[in-house]
Design a protein. Structure first.
Length: 134
Protein backbone atom coordinates (compact mmCIF):
# COMPACT_ATOMS: atom_id res chain seq x y z
CA UNK A 1 0.00 0.00 0.00
CA UNK A 2 1.39 3.39 -0.98
CA UNK A 3 1.92 6.03 1.65
CA UNK A 4 -0.96 8.47 1.41
CA UNK A 5 -0.15 11.88 2.91
CA UNK A 6 -2.55 12.89 5.63
CA UNK A 7 -5.20 15.35 4.64
CA UNK A 8 -5.69 18.28 6.98
CA UNK A 9 -8.65 20.56 6.54
CA UNK A 10 -8.98 23.72 8.62
CA UNK A 11 -12.39 25.32 8.77
CA UNK A 12 -13.63 28.43 10.56
CA UNK A 13 -10.87 31.00 10.02
CA UNK A 14 -13.26 33.40 8.30
CA UNK A 15 -15.85 32.98 11.04
CA UNK A 16 -13.18 33.43 13.71
CA UNK A 17 -12.13 36.72 12.13
CA UNK A 18 -15.73 37.93 11.82
CA UNK A 19 -16.55 36.91 15.40
CA UNK A 20 -13.37 38.52 16.74
CA UNK A 21 -14.16 41.83 15.06
CA UNK A 22 -17.68 41.70 16.47
CA UNK A 23 -16.39 40.90 19.99
CA UNK A 24 -13.77 43.67 19.91
CA UNK A 25 -16.42 46.21 18.89
CA UNK A 26 -18.68 45.08 21.73
CA UNK A 27 -15.77 45.23 24.19
CA UNK A 28 -15.04 48.80 23.08
CA UNK A 29 -18.64 49.93 23.53
CA UNK A 30 -19.06 48.26 26.92
CA UNK A 31 -15.69 49.64 28.08
CA UNK A 32 -16.73 53.13 27.02
CA UNK A 33 -20.00 52.75 28.94
CA UNK A 34 -18.13 51.51 32.03
CA UNK A 35 -15.75 54.49 31.83
CA UNK A 36 -18.67 56.92 31.56
CA UNK A 37 -20.44 55.31 34.52
CA UNK A 38 -17.34 55.58 36.73
CA UNK A 39 -16.69 59.14 35.49
CA UNK A 40 -20.25 60.13 36.36
CA UNK A 41 -19.74 58.66 39.83
CA UNK A 42 -16.49 60.60 40.33
CA UNK A 43 -18.21 63.80 39.17
CA UNK A 44 -21.05 63.21 41.62
CA UNK A 45 -18.68 62.70 44.53
CA UNK A 46 -16.66 65.81 43.64
CA UNK A 47 -19.85 67.84 43.18
CA UNK A 48 -20.94 66.85 46.69
CA UNK A 49 -17.54 67.59 48.26
CA UNK A 50 -16.60 71.00 46.84
CA UNK A 51 -17.28 73.97 49.12
CA UNK A 52 -20.44 75.92 48.37
CA UNK A 53 -21.45 79.48 48.67
CA UNK A 54 -23.45 79.91 45.51
CA UNK A 55 -23.14 76.39 44.09
CA UNK A 56 -21.53 77.73 40.91
CA UNK A 57 -18.39 75.61 41.28
CA UNK A 58 -20.37 72.44 41.95
CA UNK A 59 -22.41 73.26 38.86
CA UNK A 60 -19.28 73.14 36.68
CA UNK A 61 -18.31 69.58 37.65
CA UNK A 62 -18.88 67.29 34.68
CA UNK A 63 -17.86 63.96 33.17
CA UNK A 64 -17.66 64.26 29.39
CA UNK A 65 -16.77 61.73 26.71
CA UNK A 66 -13.38 62.77 25.32
CA UNK A 67 -13.32 60.00 22.69
CA UNK A 68 -11.42 56.70 22.46
CA UNK A 69 -12.85 55.45 25.76
CA UNK A 70 -11.62 58.44 27.74
CA UNK A 71 -13.93 60.32 30.10
CA UNK A 72 -12.79 63.80 31.09
CA UNK A 73 -13.94 64.71 34.60
CA UNK A 74 -13.43 68.42 35.16
CA UNK A 75 -14.47 71.31 37.34
CA UNK A 76 -14.07 75.05 37.33
CA UNK A 77 -14.89 75.78 33.71
CA UNK A 78 -14.62 79.52 33.22
CA UNK A 79 -14.75 80.26 36.95
CA UNK A 80 -11.58 82.12 37.92
CA UNK A 81 -11.43 80.56 41.37
CA UNK A 82 -11.86 76.86 40.41
CA UNK A 83 -8.13 76.16 40.40
CA UNK A 84 -7.63 78.05 43.64
CA UNK A 85 -10.32 75.98 45.37
CA UNK A 86 -8.76 72.74 44.07
CA UNK A 87 -5.06 73.56 44.61
CA UNK A 88 -4.87 76.66 46.82
CA UNK A 89 -1.74 78.76 46.70
CA UNK A 90 -2.44 82.04 48.41
CA UNK A 91 -4.86 84.09 50.52
CA UNK A 92 -4.48 81.73 53.47
CA UNK A 93 -5.08 78.57 51.42
CA UNK A 94 -1.92 76.45 51.22
CA UNK A 95 -0.92 75.01 47.85
CA UNK A 96 -1.60 71.28 47.51
CA UNK A 97 -0.19 69.91 44.25
CA UNK A 98 -2.34 66.77 44.40
CA UNK A 99 -5.54 68.79 44.76
CA UNK A 100 -8.29 68.61 47.31
CA UNK A 101 -11.40 67.35 45.52
CA UNK A 102 -11.16 66.27 41.88
CA UNK A 103 -7.70 64.71 41.71
CA UNK A 104 -7.87 62.65 44.93
CA UNK A 105 -11.34 61.39 44.05
CA UNK A 106 -10.32 60.43 40.51
CA UNK A 107 -7.18 58.72 41.79
CA UNK A 108 -9.18 56.74 44.36
CA UNK A 109 -11.57 55.61 41.60
CA UNK A 110 -8.81 53.86 39.60
CA UNK A 111 -9.51 50.40 41.09
CA UNK A 112 -13.23 50.92 40.54
CA UNK A 113 -12.59 51.76 36.88
CA UNK A 114 -10.41 48.69 36.41
CA UNK A 115 -13.03 46.45 38.03
CA UNK A 116 -15.82 47.98 35.91
CA UNK A 117 -13.85 47.29 32.74
CA UNK A 118 -13.16 43.71 33.84
CA UNK A 119 -16.82 43.07 34.60
CA UNK A 120 -17.89 44.59 31.28
CA UNK A 121 -15.36 42.45 29.38
CA UNK A 122 -16.41 39.25 31.16
CA UNK A 123 -20.06 39.99 30.41
CA UNK A 124 -19.41 40.57 26.69
CA UNK A 125 -17.18 37.50 26.37
CA UNK A 126 -19.74 35.36 28.18
CA UNK A 127 -22.58 36.57 25.96
CA UNK A 128 -20.64 36.23 22.71
CA UNK A 129 -22.22 33.94 20.12
CA UNK A 130 -19.57 32.88 17.64
CA UNK A 131 -20.45 32.27 13.99
CA UNK A 132 -20.66 28.60 13.04
CA UNK A 133 -17.91 27.46 10.67
CA UNK A 134 -19.16 26.52 7.25
Amino acid sequence: MADVPPRVEVRGFRELAIGSERLFAKLGRSGDAASQQVGDGVAGIVRARVPRRTGALAGTVSADDAGSGVVDVSMGGSLRYGGWIEFGGGHGRPYIASGRYLYPTAHAAQPVLEAAHGIAAQREIGMMVWPTPT
